[in-house]
Design a protein. Sequence first.
Length: 354
Amino acid sequence: EEFFKNRFDAVMGNVDNYVPPARGHLALVILTEISFVLADEFESDLPLLLHQAFLSLDNSSSLVVENCRTLLQNFLNSMVLQRLRPNTDDNFMDSETQEDCYDLLEYLKSKEERIFWAREDISLHKPHINSAYYLTNVTLRYIEVMERAIPATKDTKLREKWAQEAINWAISCPVMHWRCRSLQIYRSLKTAPDRDKVLDILNILSRSLSVASDRFEITKSDSLTERDKNFGFVLEIIYTLQAMVDCMDTNRLMFVHQIFWAAVALLYTDFEEMFQAAIILLIKIIDKIDFEDKHVQSVFMTCKPKILSLNRLGIQPLVLRGLLSARTEPRSTELLSKLTTIPLDDVIQPHPTR
């Protein structure tokens, strides 16, 4: 690593604010150089390459950003436009897809030698950021063009494979910023989650809450920056669970109970933004599930975590806490109105006056 750094420092030493690229980024630079000519060779690794490229669009190194931008352009040119055969039914691309591809190329060109969006992460004090919106928009536009234009890509389920790649990075990447961006990319792809993905996200949530709480206890007398960063990642996970519920089809709804109980556990938090996110998650679940169904009731009651204590009061009193804040009051009121229609007294509020 030091060898590469010294070589680049010797060449770029007079450039202001120069940051030497990591070895992985150097590999990406080399791949960019051959990506247009040998694009077909990259199809099996396309999810990984796209994910790394999108993650790096806010990199502090202009060299890295420029090569990632070029890589994305080369893939569009070689895998979409170069495959256009108007006279061949199998490869025909309609004018709308062609126009979308050119629009996307024009957008990428407009970002030449410019960072795409701010390098930032959400926190308890800033639960929503503009850069996440920009990333979502570009990711969705890119995958839609690729899917509509390349029949082979549809067969290999590029969207689903990229979504799995994003989950893998969110689980194991040592860089917190990339873990957050990976969850944002996953949500952008809007894929229907399977049981394994739900369990992966719930496991990340459990571990991240533990780490964030421990770190808060250690640093609570110091700056809140580190605490906010860790709890910001927890918010990203809850937003991802919300997106999973939105994208679930009827065949997958029966394992949503795991998300339901995770959301209930989050209602014990003292952090307003986390409480709000948990309330919204519960609203989405209730809108999806028919709690009048006896089988559904049985599944939810059977799968209630033993370590979760509702103190014989049920969920409703936990939600009532949200009425004490102007920020959480509207959504808490909405959830309370929905809870009144659920027949699970033992869970909602085991009291004869309910």
